[in-house]
Design a protein around this ligand. Structure first.
Ligand SMILES: *[C@@H]1O[C@H](CO)[C@@H](O)[C@H](O)[C@H]1NC(C)=O
Ligand SMILES: *[C@@H]1O[C@H](CO)[C@@H](O)[C@H](O)[C@H]1NC(C)=O
Ligand SMILES: *[C@@H]1O[C@H](CO)[C@@H](O)[C@H](O)[C@H]1NC(C)=O
Ligand SMILES: *[C@@H]1O[C@H](CO)[C@@H](O)[C@H](O)[C@H]1NC(C)=O
Ligand SMILES: *[C@@H]1O[C@H](CO)[C@@H](O)[C@H](O)[C@H]1NC(C)=O
Length: 500
């Protein structure tokens, strides 16, 4: 098996400070809280899960929790067992949340038996209230979801006091679906290629047609339950990870990496170079430039790397942008796959091997963990190529109308895209492709005092298009000042495979 992966990345940042309190803008992360005037339903634009219209064969309400002043507390955990007498082969995790109160955006994770299933940010709520739903296809983790006597844990560190009044209410539900597995020949217009629909159902959330739910998931996560299952990476020099034994009958193994970035690196994609900070005598600690790379080591040899997508959390840049359409990836952070099958030759010796992670140029702190997705059988892949582009332009103009009261006026524009293109073939001259283009354009202004937005206005336009092997989806949506002003979507499954 030969396996070729190509990655291209592009991040462009322009930040202008006019008449600028440069120091303070850079020192204080571009992170604000706001007030609201009506109850809001927040949403992230994504294509629907292909089985979303079906009735689940079983529904398991697994956790209902109120995340108040949870800072420093361990994750909440509940016992998990799959529902009895239920036939299922596809699974969705549904995370519903609501809040009434002023609050920053907070990061949460859901782990099953230590495996990271969902990394999410909250929306930034207001005292008028807000709610949202995140639904993620977790079929990939079926082997874990079939296990008895394991625990499901959720962590969300939040601060509630006189100023930040918003607690988060979360309901977590697991939805089990049964979909007939079918071999459906595609119509002549699709070159008579055979595509198994069930595979495309699965593909929707992840890699490709050849990928089946894994036979085994090996979590690479921390032992420190008090601090969550993720590793906290505080600097460039830290290598965090775990030793594991890969079963000898492994045919294919993929390392799925989950990250979120915090503190001085929350806005790493806009951090200035250290030379700029020195040249301007700034005291900002947010440096190391605007490029980060997550490195995977096996037994301390570098085997792969990914550049994370710069997810802008919903309090970032101008929080009015993300009302009600949140930023790309905010509710369902992308995870990153590195195929480690080429290294199985060294790994299948029955001994334990150290899987370690570093974040190049990182500042405190990153929350990182991973899952090894192991298949014991599979089809031969002769070639995979992949291109990812994450262009990002942020322009910010800041000024102080008067020295005394500390109010700042900020005008900003933002263009952000997540573009991914994959081609693969199975060695029998069948080739496949999928293409995602997801872009946002935002414009707005605000007046800010003590990091609280006093006034402002913003518009957000988003264009999403996905072309896969068995379906296409596109959506154009726009919001102005907290209200949706335009929303059109088209979804088509190719006729011969739309038997659902
Ligand atoms: C599951 O099915 C078996 C056999 O049909 C039955 O004995 C059992 O009571 C069922 N369990 C539940 C929880 O429905
Ligand atoms: C979660 O939200 C979805 C969509 O609004 C809704 O259909 C579902 O009933 C909610 N589940 C719970 C447990 O609140
Ligand atoms: C969670 O479920 C409870 C009980 O069904 C419901 O009252 C509450 O509104 C739900 N909250 C969210 C955020 O879905
Ligand atoms: C930085 O500080 C040095 C020494 O105080 C001074 O000579 C230089 O002009 C300052 N540079 C800027 C851009 O303010
Ligand atoms: C995928 O295939 C198309 C058509 O052959 C080609 O234009 C494109 O560059 C390929 N993309 C990648 C990432 O290999």
């Amino acid at each position: 098996m030969s396996n070729l992966q190509l990655f291209f990345f592009l991040i462009v940042i322009i930040i202008n400070f006019i008449n600028a309190p440069i120091c303070s803008s850079l020192q204080h992360p571009s992170h604000f809280i706001r007030h609201g005037y009506f109850q809001q339903k927040y949403l992230e634009i994504n294509r629907p899960l292909p089985f979303a219209n079906l009735t689940p064969s079983c529904t398991l309400p697994i956790l209902s929790h109120h995340f108040g002043d949870t800072i420093g507390l361990p994750p909440v955990s509940v016992a998990y067992a799959p529902p009895e007498n239920c036939s299922w082969n596809h699974v969705a995790l549904q995370f519903n949340a609501s809040s009434n109160g002023v609050q920053y955006d907070r990061i949460a994770a859901v782990w099953l038996d230590g495996a990271d299933l969902l990394r999410t940010s909250t929306a930034e709520p207001t005292e008028s209230g807000g709610f949202w739903t995140v639904t993620k296809d977790v079929t990939r983790y079926s082997s874990l979801l079939a296990k008895q006597d394991i625990s499901l844990s959720v962590m969300m560190e939040n601060i509630v006091n006189d100023v930040y009044t918003g607690a988060y209410y979360v309901n977590l539900t697991i939805l089990y679906y049964y979909i007939e597995e079918m071999n459906v020949p595609l119509s002549a217009t699709r070159n008579n290629r055979k595509v198994r629909m069930v595979d495309d159902v699965f593909v929707d959330n992840s890699m490709s047609l050849y990928e089946k739910p894994a036979d085994l998931i090996i979590p690479i996560s921390g032992y420190n339950r008090g601090e969550g299952f993720w590793f906290r990476i505080r600097s460039d020099s830290e290598l965090k990870g775990k030793s594991v034994i890969i079963p000898k009958n492994t045919y294919r193994a993929v390392m799925e990496i989950c990250v979120s970035f915090h503190g001085l690196d929350e806005f790493w994609y806009s951090n200035p170079p250290d030379s700029y900070i020195r040249a301007n005598n700034l005291t900002s600690q947010r440096g190391h430039g605007s490029y980060r790379e997550v490195l995977l080591n096996i037994d301390r040899n570098l085997v792969g790397s990914v550049v994370p997508f710069p997810v802008i959390y919903p309090g970032g840049i101008n929080p009015l942008y993300w009302d009600p359409i949140v930023s790309i990836g905010a509710f369902d952070h992308p995870s990153y796959d590195i195929d480690i099958t080429p290294f199985l030759g060294d790994l299948l010796d029955g001994k334990s091997h150290f899987m370690g992670f570093k974040v190049l140029d990182s500042l405190p702190f990153w929350l990182l963990d991973a899952n090894i997705v192991v298949s014991e059988t599979g089809t031969k892949i002769s070639h995979t190529s992949m291109k990812r582009e994450y262009p990002l332009t942020i322009t910010t103009k800041t000024w102080k109308p008067s020295r005394e009261d500390g109010t700042i006026i900020m005008h900003s524009e933002l263009e952000h895209e997540r573009n991914e293109e994959k081609n693969w073939s199975n060695g029998h001259s069948h080739s496949y492709s999928s293409r995602l283009k997801n872009g946002q354009k935002c414009k707005g202004w605000m007046s800010v005092k003590d990091r609280i937005v006093l006034q402002g206005g913003a518009t957000t336009e988003q264009s999403y298009s996905y072309n896969g092997e068995a379906s296409t989806y596109s959506r154009e949506i726009a919001a102005a000042n907290g209200k949706l002003v335009h929303d059109t979507a088209t979804y088509s499954k190719f006729p011969s495979v739309s038997a659902m």
